[in-house]
Design a protein around this ligand. Sequence first.
Ligand SMILES: [Zn+2]
Length: 244
Amino acid sequence: MKSFFPKPIFKVDDIISYAELVAAENANVQKGMNFQIKPEYSIFLMSVRKNAPYTDEWDEKTNTLIYEGHDAFSNWVENPKEADQPFTTPNGTLTENGKFFTAAQAYKMKLTEHPHKVKVYEKIKDGIWCYKGFFSLIDAKIIFDGVRNVFKFYLQPVEMKAFNKEIVLPHNRLIPTSVKVEVWARDKGKCVKCGSTENLHFDHDLPFSKGGTSLNAANVRILCMKCNLSKSGKILSIPPIFLS
Ligand SMILES: [Zn+2]
């Protein structure tokens, strides 16, 4: 069977505005969890809740990013922070929690050959987002957190070569959100080489492939696309101009 996978719009660690995110996805991405926003994938937005620290929760054993489900809406229950996270809406249809949970279970029970794909964007600050890449939804659990039941979704970072052709990436390749927030503040949201504020990217000073860490702000900086290309020795190709 021939299948197509949309070419990634952004590179992992690209820094984008919210408007660029919406334009690129051609969809109004507002909620944290957006099940099957496109036939081929869903979208998770990782935005840090008020007063919560910037921490990505990783399960080292399974190399997974752990994403928490959403609360009930305030017109459903009196106190959403104390109520169990809902599997269904008051009408009985699946919530986003329910849809993602069902997709994860289907994969675990081998009802589907491939895990559901989720694109993840993380918020760096108001209006500033970063593309974190594609993930496979490999598991979901309902966990009692001491107060109530919450959903936990387990996502494995993958590099999509083509549709359903992927390689699993080591989690330490990814730059944690906390490091990005620190680097953004330190570099003042500008390319450290030329000061540009366009086409920015979180760049490893010493590349990950050469042993450079992602986990420490000292090895991460903001570069614009131009400076990033000249750093890696790639030649900037200037598109030929065709005259009609
Ligand atoms: Zn630059």
